[in-house]
Design a protein around this ligand. Structure first.
Ligand SMILES: NC(=O)c1ccc[n+]([C@@H]2O[C@H](COP(=O)([O-])OP(=O)(O)OC[C@H]3O[C@@H](n4cnc5c(N)ncnc54)[C@H](O)[C@@H]3O)[C@@H](O)[C@H]2O)c1
Length: 324
């Protein structure tokens, strides 16, 4: 199969590309390297067996002609390119909205032109400020005011979901929407604020671990290879067409306990430093206190749900960062 991965030089995209290449697929990547890196995929370009079926285009998904060419060539499209992470969104608010809204519109327009099946990477952020658990796909959505720019990431991804569903309803385009919960593993960078690589890097340098807020906020982490398995299974399932799925892990933990666990696992002498949100992100920020995925729908359609423990995920990330 010929597969187009937008954002294929990114963290999740590179694992997806690796998996598809191993499966014998022909893989096309488009990535502007804004948060991705050639380091994530260079090793794949060096595998002799992949030489004639791995093609990388360093370019933007907003490039009409290239997207036309690539979508025309490929059988299916995984749309992962996005402005990712709260830090990116706060630093580059307008650019982020353009990438996430116009970029996704472009991908959907091209997929519709050639009637190519497309999977959209959305996020657990779309749920907003819930306290209950688990979150299920039919839950209401609760955001703060538009003056708090942090919500623009969630709102832009939600608009992507609406646009994809509208293409499905009106044009019968085969779309699948995945709401990824905090996905972690080797190759994720801490440079854009992602919590686990950031904490591990601080712990390995015996620097203070900087916890934003009071650390009582919780998250549930998904191992990247589990997430990739879920994406591939959903792409292959007719039952998934036109539907929204949570893709998330199994173990809820507070950020303070996460910091303690990482200190313990790395044998670090780091202390923990609490930093008020306003100092870390400015006035445009407010946090989501809790995020636990309900994955019953994913499991019932694919027979699969992520099952890697947090200890396993942390040991993979620690090993990766140590060896980098
Ligand atoms: N990692 C997570 O925890 C998580 C959680 C929820 C959702 N997601 C979603 O999964 C997808 C992949 O995220 P990731 O964690 O791999 O982040 P990432 O930043 O590593 O990947 C995004 C990739 O998109 C590329 N990109 C950005 N703008 C582009 C443009 N205009 N044209 C071409 N490429 C562009 C970046 O260079 C990067 O390689 C994103 O859509 C993200 O919103 C990730």
């Amino acid at each position: 199969m010929r597969i187009l991965i937008t954002g294929g030089a990114g963290f999740i995209g590179s694992h997806l590309a690796e998996n598809c290449l191993k499966n014998g697929d022909e893989v096309y990547v488009i990535d502007d390297l804004s948060t991705g890196s050639m380091d994530n995929i260079r090793f794949l370009q060096k595998v002799p067996e992949y030489k004639d079926r791995f093609f990388v285009h360093i370019n933007t998904i907003l490039n009409n002609d290239l997207m036309l060419e690539l979508t025309g060539i490929c059988d299916v499209v995984y749309h992962l390119a996005a402005a990712v992470g709260v830090q990116t969104i706060l630093e580059k608010p307008l650019e982020s909205i353009v990438t996430n809204i116009q970029g996704t519109e472009k991908v959907l327009e091209m997929c519709n032109k050639f009637k190519k099946r497309v999977l959209i990477a959305s996020t657990s952020e779309v749920y907003g400020k819930h306290m209950h658990a688990p979150l299920v796909e039919t839950d209401n959505i609760i955001y703060g005011p538009s003056s708090k720019f942090r919500w623009s990431y969630a709102a832009s991804k939600l608009m992507d979901e609406f646009t994809a569903l509208a293409y499905h309803r009106t044009k019968h385009l085969k779309v699948v929407i995945t709401r990824l919960f905090n996905t972690v593993g080797p190759r994720q960078t801490g440079a854009y604020g992602m919590v686990i690589p950031r904490f591990v890097e601080q712990a390995l340098k015996n620097e203070p671990i900087t916890v934003f807020g009071d650390g009582t906020q919780t998250r549930t982490f998904t191992y990247v290879k589990d997430a990739v398995t879920a994406l591939i299974k959903l792409m292959g399932s007719n039952q998934a067409t036109g539907e929204v799925f949570n893709v998330g892990g199994i173990e809820e933990i507070s950020i303070l306990d996460l910091a303690k666990r990482i200190i313990e696992m790395t044998g670090s002498s780091s202390t923990i430093e609490l930093i008020p949100y306003e100092k870390a992100f400015g006035k445009d920020f407010e946090d989501m206190q809790r995020r636990v995925p309900g994955v019953g729908k994913l499991e019932s359609v694919t027979g699969f749900s992520p099952d890697k423990s947090l200890s396993f995920i942390l040991s993979e990330v620690i090993g990766y960062i140590k060896n980098k």
